[in-house]
Design a protein around this ligand. Structure first.
Ligand SMILES: [Zn+2]
Length: 203
């Protein structure tokens, strides 16, 4: 998936084409293969519900990533903590969910804080792995904002891990992508990581 931000708008022109009829048939096949009686009244609507659910989970909402000139020359970290997100693991088609912490040191442009959540949401609506989601969000901010630095930390519970095998329920996977001064300048990196660590302890 590539992000089309032409004219400053993240549109859905690249979105995958979802064939709902085929998804419904496949869901019915899967149920049969799992030994379920697809003719039972309780399962009658299940293939359609499955198709609706996957379509929603895999369809990113377009949004306008409005940025503003940094007229006040704000030159400290801007951090949005504990942005909730959920996505779909591409290896098991099971959800992973958690929170994102995003910080950037602005250059000439700043972005509305609510848009940070929209960016995470946008890339979450895909068959994902957490590492890729993390770097996609960081890369997008780097490209669109050209900040002096950016940091993205994702903490998530993967149902494919916590519901299977020996993994404990609630175990978190943490990934990070640091760019520019957030990666290279020790003081800025410390500040960013301290802010996200403090959040961890509060939860
Ligand atoms: Zn998985």
């Amino acid at each position: 998936m590539t992000l089309n931000a032409t004219n400053g708008r993240v549109d859905g022109s690249h979105q995958r084409r979802i064939d709902r009829g085929a998804v419904e048939r496949a869901a019915a096949d899967l149920l049969r293969a799992l030994g379920a009686d697809v003719d039972a009244a309780a399962l009658e609507e299940t293939p359609r519900r499955v198709a609706d659910a996957y379509a929603e989970l895999l369809t990113p909402q377009p949004f306008r990533p409005t940025t503003f000139p940094n007229d006040d020359v704000y030159d400290e970290l801007i951090v949005a903590r504990s942005i909730p997100f959920h996505s779909l693991c591409m290896h098991h088609l099971l959800p992973f969910h958690g929170v994102a912490h995003i910080g950037y040191l602005p250059g000439e442009r700043i972005i509305g804080l609510s848009k940070l959540g929209r960016v995470v949401e946008y890339f979450s609506r895909d068959l994902q792995i957490q590492e890729r989601l993390t770097t996609q969000v960081a890369g997008w901010l780097q490209r669109e904002l050209e900040p002096k630095g950016v940091g993205v930390v994702l903490e998530a519970e993967h149902l494919c891990m916590s519901l299977r095998g020996v993994q404990k329920l609630g175990a978190k996977t943490v990934t990070s992508a640091l760019r520019g001064v957030v990666r290279d300048d020790a003081r800025t990196r410390q500040e960013f990581l301290a802010l996200t660590t403090r959040t961890n302890h509060e939860q």
